[in-house]
Design a protein around this ligand. Structure first.
Ligand code: SOE
Length: 388
């Protein structure tokens, strides 16, 4: 029987537009879907960025997102723009009765994030915020192990998300470094991921203390700067602009209803760490370690192993029993960063018709945004701040 077609519009054609386009294109090839996604329209801000539409697999292009989200034939709107555009796009899509996917962090502020959640709830549409690392097979297995009591009572959740792409003082001003476009710097961009992983795997953060730092306070504006972003390696325009967000945030958290201690580090100034999103979880029965740069494996220490055989074992999270893996290749044939987005789109499509949402929703994203807000406040007050 022919499957119902669902027409997709993707807004944003840069890095996340690319990862999501790949996901929309691949999902039906590797997963059995209850519907058939049709890659209808790729929306962008500049004509030149839409040149990729054809090779990405989109049928049409548009510079008018407003017209597209209101088009009657569009069923799903996927928001992959800089953060400041998330609220207007997602709220308009919800009001038009479209299901909405939005990249993280949901918004630049808690108020905007809550407005987005209210809009999708009011419209009764499905909503997902793409916390992609939840969809790593190893992370899914770790979640099952914790839920199954295999780590016992959790003492510590520790996460460090370290990058180094702006250590070079010659890297120009881009939207991720301007508060009006991004909300916060490393905190909201990569800190959001580790906050979400903590709340997904261990529990909700109830209070935080923190400190944040901007290491390079002025950056040159490149000649190609669009007012949102310049491109690295471009000629200088002679103008300098102020970086008004954090380059790094470190914070401590306590977990609601438990005596678990959480430590978080989000930095873009760790030379050599290209995209080192790492978590460590230590419990009364055992511990696990995972990092995205080695994403097909995790390490597991079991306190109940025979005394002379104790140690961290390196588990291959590609055996078919690990989440999503049976859709890909035989054991040992590893997958990559882009597969996480195929997994999230699969989960979204596979549950379009069901009440449940086994993926990160706008509710989860608002919970994350509450922690981000508390971290920024704690950094200013230099006190422990509650997550409200
Ligand atoms: C930049 O830090 C970035 O692209 C993040 O915005 C993504 O969420 C992360 O997956 C990779 O790095």
């Amino acid at each position: 029987m022919a499957k119902k077609k669902v027409n997709v519009a993707l807004i944003g054609a840069q890095f996340m537009g690319k990862t999501h386009s790949n996901a929309w294109r691949k999902v039906g090839m590797f997963f059995d879907l209850p519907v058939e996604p049709v890659m209808k329209v790729l929306c962008g801000k500049f004509p030149e960025e839409l040149a990729v539409a054809d090779k990405y697999g989109w049928q049409e292009t548009s510079l008018d997102w407003e017209a597209i989200v209101n088009r009657p034939d569009i069923d799903i709107v996927d928001v992959c723009t800089p953060n400041f555009l998330h609220p207007p796009l997602a709220i308009a899509a919800a009001k038009a009765g479209k299901h909405v996917i939005c990249e993280k962090p949901l918004a630049n502020s808690l108020a905007d994030a809550e407005a987005m959640l209210a809009a999708v709830k009011k419209a009764g549409v499905k909503h997902m915020c793409g916390f992609s690392y939840r969809f790593a097979p190893a992370v899914g297995t770790i979640k099952k192990m914790i839920a199954g009591g295999e780590l016992g009572k959790i003492f510590h959740f520790r996460a460090a998300y370290q990058q180094d792409w702006i250590v070079d003082p010659n890297f120009p001003m881009v939207w991720r470094l301007k508060k009006k476009h991004t909300g916060s710097g490393a905190l909201g961009d990569i800190g959001a991921h580790i906050v979400d992983l903590c709340q997904y795997l261990v529990g909700d953060v109830s209070e935080v203390c923190s400190t944040m730092q901007t290491f390079i306070k002025k950056r040159f504006v490149s000649e190609s700067d669009t007012g949102i972003s310049g491109k690295s390696g471009e000629k200088r325009s002679g103008k300098m602009d102020t970086v008004d967000v954090d380059d790094a945030a470190i914070f401590l958290g306590r977990i609601k209803g438990a005596d678990t201690l959480a430590t978080f580090e989000a930095t873009r100034f760790a030379p050599g760490r290209r995209n080192f999103n790492s978590i460590e979880i230590y419990g009364s029965e055992g511990s696990v370690l995972w990092n995205q740069e080695d994403m097909n494996f995790f390490q597991y220490f079991n306190r109940n192993d025979p005394p002379l055989a104790q140690g961290f074992r390196r588990i291959h999270a590609t055996d078919p029993g690990h989440p999503y893996m049976k859709a890909w290749w035989p054991a040992g044939h590893i997958i990559g960063y882009e597969h996480l987005f195929v997994h999230e789109i699969y989960d979204f499509l596979n549950n379009l018709g069901s009440k449940k949402a086994p993926y990160s929703t706008f509710d989860d994203a608002v919970k994350c945004q509450k922690v981000l807000q508390a971290v920024e406040k704690a950094s200013a007050t230099k006190k422990w701040e509650p997550v409200k």
